[in-house]
Design a protein around this ligand. Structure first.
Ligand code: TRP
Length: 449
């Protein structure tokens, strides 16, 4: 496949789940299942993560946060997420996210945060209680949208599938990105403006009482926890009316039917509806619903239990995901540091001494280990000006070899990446990225090595 210049358009989709609860049926049908389905569409580059820094805003119970991280990770994997294909990671394993969060905090207007619905709702509630408007409101809650913007912008996501309650946060992320681009982009955007994605046809499941299934209403049906028994016990509690067996039921008005529909094909749902309207007893309907849900999630439950019994397997998947995520985050973080004036020193002071204080008369490549333990190279022009910083590599030999190969390569055929940068690559491996305008200087420097 020739990937030069007209690189295939991939769309980066990113979403996170706050790790403060145990996944229920509503989380599965409304978020996890559709996310997994969209991640296998062609042209989709999916980033899914556990928002565990966000969990600290809502939940000060360390055991709950720790347990929830495991349960949610195990749920995604057991539900069939292809962790080789997508990038699946934990927010707190990517230190560039809080670093970016601070950079964004410094350009975010306080007035913008004052308008956030969640914060305003807390202030209003305090007003009704007659206490100080900011009573019990932490800086975490106040700055919640900035951390969320960092989650999204760190990976330059194009689309962010979320529930309606998150639309304002996406608007804020765009605002913040725009402001940062304007202040620091010098005519070239550092951040892509993310689009919110609201899936209209995704199921919003009713809970036991018929209201939206939600932890805060205490009306949830567990997904895996407690096994088939807990599922059955919960389904038994779903509210029904007092119509007797044989009496026609109002299928449309019953949460049983809505739940059934979310776990069945159209013909199955139509049969169930007809049965209810034909007088199916509520007890039999509940039995049928249990079987229908069980047919889909039963097979996943064994893997869930297996993962929960082997936390090291979950950890393995998450660590691999974190390295994958950081491979994307680090090069952008370098550019951001540079843009705001926090560029890392080009060479370590001791290395500088060794190479002599004077100007080099020839371009050169300097290899070093970055603060994250990855190997990198910097290319300096003959006048000592730094021309580029390579991508981070785990293997120093591969890094050296790519640098050498690129010195011989024809740079004019290199592909352009999603951010509009030229990707200097050999054998499909990217050595470094640079703006097209710098290519000629880089070509000259490489020729002198
Ligand atoms: N705030 C989101 C929620 O409560 C979770 C979240 C955190 C998120 N960071 C994100 C969602 C980034 C999408 C993108 O649902």
């Amino acid at each position: 496949m020739n990937s030069s210049v007209n690189a295939p358009a991939t769309s980066r989709v990113l979403t996170g789940i706050t790790t403060s609860g145990t996944p229920h049926l509503g989380n599965y049908a409304g978020a996890i299942r559709p996310a997994i389905q969209s991640s296998i569409e062609p042209g989709v580059d999916a980033f899914f993560f556990l928002a565990d820094f966000h969990a600290l805003i809502k939940c000060a119970d360390p055991a709950r946060v720790a347990q929830s991280r495991m349960e949610i990770a195990a749920t995604w994997i057991a539900a069939g997420l292809d962790t080789d294909r997508v990038t699946f990671y934990r927010q707190s394993d990517v230190p560039e996210i809080p670093e970016l969060c601070w950079m964004l905090t410094c350009v975010t207007a306080k007035g913008l945060m004052n308008r956030a619905h969640a914060y305003k709702a807390s202030v209003d509630a305090n007003g009704l209680k007659g206490v100080d408007p900011d009573d019990g409101i932490t800086m975490g809650l106040f700055s919640y949208p900035v951390l969320m913007a960092a989650d999204i912008l760190m990976f330059n996501a194009h689309r962010v599938p979320v529930g309606r309650d998150q639309i304002q946060h996406l608007e804020m992320a765009r605002d913040i990105a725009q402001r940062f681009n304007h202040l620091y982009g010098r005519g070239k955007d550092l951040f892509i403006l993310p689009e919110v994605q609201i899936d209209e046809d995704v199921a919003t499941l009713p809970g036991l009482d018929g209201r939206k299934m939600s932890k805060s209403y205490n009306n949830t049906i567990p997904l895996f926890e407690g096994g088939a028994k807990a599922l059955k016990a919960a389904v038994a509690q779903i509210v029904t009316d007092s119509r007797l067996p044989g009496e026609p039921k109002d299928a449309e008005g019953s949460p049983l039917y809505t739940l059934y529909r979310a776990f069945s094909s159209h013909p199955q749902a139509a049969d169930f509806r007809a049965a209810l309207e034909g007088g199916l007893a509520w007890g039999d309907a509940k039995q049928a619903l249990c079987e229908q849900i069980e047919a889909q999630i039963g097979p996943m439950r064994a893997q869930y239990a297996d993962l929960m019994a082997h936390p090291e397997r979950i950890e393995d998947v998450l660590q691999t995901g974190a390295s994958k995520a950081r491979r994307v985050a680090l090069p952008l973080m370098d550019r951001l540091r540079e843009a705001v004036g926090l560029r890392q020193p080009a060479v370590a002071p001791s290395a500088k001494k060794a190479s002599g204080a004077g100007k080099a008369d020839k371009a050169r490549l300097a290899s070093f280990r970055d603060e994250n333990g990855f190997f990198r190279q910097r290319l300096f022009a003959a006048d000592g000006v730094e021309l580029l910083l390579s991508e981070p590599f785990e293997d120093p030999k591969l890094l050296n070899q790519l640098g050498r190969q690129l010195a011989q390569a024809d740079l004019s055929v290199m592909p352009i990446d999603a951010q509009g940068l030229v990707s200097l690559e050999s054998d499909g491996r990217c050595w470094a990225r640079c703006p097209a305008a710098q290519l000629e200087q880089i070509r000259q420097a490489l020729a002198q090595l």
